[in-house]
Design a protein around this ligand. Structure first.
Ligand code: ADP
Ligand code: ZN
Ligand code: ZN
Length: 721
């Protein structure tokens, strides 16, 4: 649009289909990507100029654009990303756009800070209050008004009075820069020969073109240093870089590491920030002042104009796909954004997803490997403990052999980690008198006892109730018993058996982010001998003195009927055993299992990642499962089970026929009831080259619409199926 046309199509940031037409008032100039405010059903809504309108409305029936914001227009690639995500996930484009335009705060110019400085003129009339203010500004520096008020204890009018009297002058200070440019040379490490070879491979990708590298290296292999080097290249080439992490819990240590490497803190983007901080990062990214961002998956929607590199650290992590709002997998979207921006993408992991591994095998991604640990560090020696023969006594969760290893480790002054991926005290509470088992009133899930907090809790919906004194069913007193272990129960046993060890328990529900951060620092400093934790401790941490890892239930996770169960179990076991022996001292790990011959356990014990991938790829290929086929889940939910079930049946009957497509269901969803709503699932499975998103859109577009309390949710590429 060279000349501003009279009518344009505006995509509004609400969940509606397609753009709407608006008039451009005289004197206003807009272009594709301009951020505007438009009237919509009686109020102003943020939107983006999308282009020419498709339909020709009569001029006089249209409303005017109310305002165009004074910021650079969004890039073409970002608009195309919104369209892509909308088409792929079936979310309305306006709903996706809402993830881009988070608030109006970022769109308004930042106001300068008003400060006061002494002029040197004494005011004619001096009061006690005025004297106190003059004392504060006696240093001749510029003081913000609020700071003067705070330091002197006077009211703001005294400051204004002194300004009128000519004793103070007002100065406007521009807001501080959002982030200083990172310095690629601030602390360049000397790469090992293997790291250098990896870097050479990454540099073989054209820096001005799209390309994906899978950085596939053992835990502690030095992957972070390698992708930092690639980020440095990008910054030197004058382009922006984005690093995505799966969890905010990891961000803090990571930011410090980035700061050490690049001499300045990167801009951040995650849910733990204030709206003002978010607005500043957003605006800085758009104007180009921000050169590097470290953030959560939603940072993929930031308005970069010069994006040259996207790194996904721990690319296999399930947290990269969540079903809050727009349901997408950050890995897929990073690759799409990279291709739209002609940027390079690095997917980094010690346990790549089967999808990425397959893309590396077929040559779609560059396969960059780091096979040995950095410097003298060795991979841990892993042993499976067959629980059928070497299991602990009744009422204990730690096998005798593992207990002996813990004692030996403590004797050497080293750290041990006991890992169980289950929060709380006990996963099930049972009445010995009547057999009653405590279940969530709203979900199909057991209530988990959290003894630390004194509640029974549902891990699906958060429902909580006090731990009862008597059975709610038969009234018996003292008849309730906990069944099975949670991490708090393991901690209890550890306290009894290793009373002299300095112990710490780490679970996401047992402290604020700040408290957990402090615990991690204390562990790093060696202030604890025995760490007891859930998956929170499995990832990313580098504890120098940790040499022993005991996994109390290695089979947890394998039990589900989920075809991704083996992959997820392999990943978490590799991550947690990888915490052992990351520095000079060699590490050991023990896996307590009832299935020592399971392919996952065998691959773990032999440290044979290849065997696992070959086995898993074959299973997926044989079953036409991802990455060799496509899946989409339709979840129909309703207050009454029959309503959901019958609607799902009618949907199924309305499904168009297609070759290479199979439909399954209706069946109760893996979690059949959540928050009082019954969930029934239909599953569509297709060949890989079939446009499954397009098929589902066509299907639902022509089928009966859900009414009343019925709802249909579409999940393309469901993570558990
Ligand atoms: P990964 O990301 O593969 O788990 P890291 O990058 O965290 O591995 O490296 C493991 C340890 O080795 C870290 O303490 C890191 O600082 C150190 N390290 C890695 N590469 C180098 C290097 N080239 N020079 C100095 N220290 C390094
Ligand atoms: Zn009972
Ligand atoms: Zn519940």
């Amino acid at each position: 649009m060279e000349d501003s046309p009279d009518i344009v199509a505006v995509m509004v940031s609400v969940s509606v289909e397609g753009p709407y037409s608006y008039r451009v008032p005289a004197g206003m100039t807009v272009t594709r990507g301009s951020i505007v405010a438009v009237p919509l059903i009686g109020r102003l809504t943020l939107g983006v100029v999308w282009g020419q309108p498709k339909d020709n409305f009569a001029h006089n029936r249209l409303k005017d654009i109310a305002r165009v914001y004074d910021v650079p227009p969004l890039s073409e690639e970002l608009l195309r990303l919104v369209e892509w995500v909308s088409r792929y996930t079936l979310a309305a484009p306006g709903a996706v756009l809402r993830a881009v335009l988070r608030s109006t705060e970022a769109l308004e110019a930042e106001r300068p800070i008003t400060a006061f400085r002494k002029t040197g003129h004494e005011p004619e009339r001096m009061t006690d209050a005025r004297l106190r203010v003059m004392d504060v500004v006696a240093d001749g520096l510029a003081w913000a008004k609020a700071a003067i008020v705070g330091a002197s204890g006077v009211s703001p009018s005294v400051v204004e009075g002194l300004e009128k009297a000519g004793a103070l002058e007002r100065i406007e200070i521009p807001p501080p820069p959002i982030a200083l440019p990172p310095d690629p040379d601030a602390a360049r490490p000397r790469l090992s020969t293997e790291q250098q070879a990896a870097m050479d491979q990454i540099r073989s990708l054209d820096p001005h073109k799209f390309g994906v590298a899978l950085l596939d290296g053992v835990t502690g292999g030095g992957k972070t240093e390698v992708f930092f080097e690639a980020v440095a290249d990008t910054l030197e080439a004058g382009r922006q870089a984005l690093i995505l992490l799966p969890e905010i819990a990891l961000t803090h240590t990571f930011l410090e590491r980035f700061t050490r490497r690049f001499g300045t803190r990167p801009a951040e983007w995650h849910s733990d920030m204030t709206p003002v901080q978010r607005a500043r990062t957003w605006r800085g990214v758009l104007t180009g002042q921000v050169r590097a961002v470290v953030g959560a998956r939603s940072a993929l929607f930031l308005p970069f104009h010069e994006l040259g590199m996207i790194v996904l650290d721990e690319e296999h992590d399930g947290a990269f796909k969540q079903s809050d709002g727009v349901n997408y997998h950050a890995r897929d979207m990073a690759v799409v954004r990279g291709s739209l921006s002609q940027a390079r993408v690095i997917l980094s992991s010690a346990t790549p997803s089967v999808e990425s591994r397959n893309n590396a095998d077929t040559g779609k991604y560059l396969h960059v490997k780091l096979e040995s640990r950095f410097a003298a560090a060795q991979l841990p020696d892993i042993t499976a403990l067959d629980m059928r023969e070497e299991g602990p006594e009744k009422g204990s969760w730690i096998a005798p052999r593992l207990a002996r290893e813990i004692f030996a480790t403590l004797d050497r002054g080293e750290q041990a980690l006991l890992f169980l991926n289950r929060r709380g005290y006990a996963p099930l509470t049972l009445c010995r008198a009547c057999g009653h088992q405590y279940q969530c009133p709203d979900c199909s899930a057991w209530l988990v006892e959290h003894r630390f907090r004194g509640v029974l809790m549902c891990h699906h919906c958060g429902h909580e109730q006090k731990v009862p004194k008597a059975c709610g069913e038969c009234g018996s007193v003292d008849s309730l018993v906990p069944i099975g272990p949670g991490i708090e129960r393991v901690a209890e046993e550890a306290a009894a058996r290793f009373p002299d060890a300095r112990r710490v328990i780490l679970s996401s529900d047992m402290g604020s982010n700040a408290q957990l951060r402090d615990r991690f620092t204390e562990i790093e400093k060696g202030e604890y001998d025995l760490v007891i934790g859930t998956q929170l401790v499995a990832k990313g941490h580098h504890f120098e003195k940790l040499t022993l890892v005991g996994v109390l239930d290695a089979d947890l996770g394998l039990a589900h009927g989920d075809p991704r169960a083996a992959e997820k179990t392999f990943q978490i076991l590799t991550q947690v055993t990888g915490r052992a022996g990351r520095a000079a001292r060699a590490g050991k790990a023990f896996l307590q299992t009832y299935h020592p011959t399971h392919p996952v356990m065998e691959a773990m014990v032999r440290s044979d990642r290849e065997a696992f991938y070959q086995h898993e790829l074959k299973v997926r290929r044989d079953g036409q499962l991802p990455p060799f086929g496509r899946l989409a889940a339709l979840i129909v939910s309703a207050n009454e089970h029959d309503d959901a079930f019958n609607f799902a049946r009618r949907l199924l009957a309305a499904a168009p026929m297609a070759e290479d497509l199979r439909l399954f269901g209706p069946a109760d969803a893996p979690v059949a009831m959540v928050r009082g709503r019954h969930r029934v699932r239909l599953l569509a499975q297709s060949a890989k080259d079939f446009d499954l998103s397009g098929y589902v859109r066509f299907w639902l577009g022509n089928a009966e619409r859900p009414t009343g309390n019925l709802r249909v949710q579409v999940d393309i590429d469901p993570q558990s199926f």
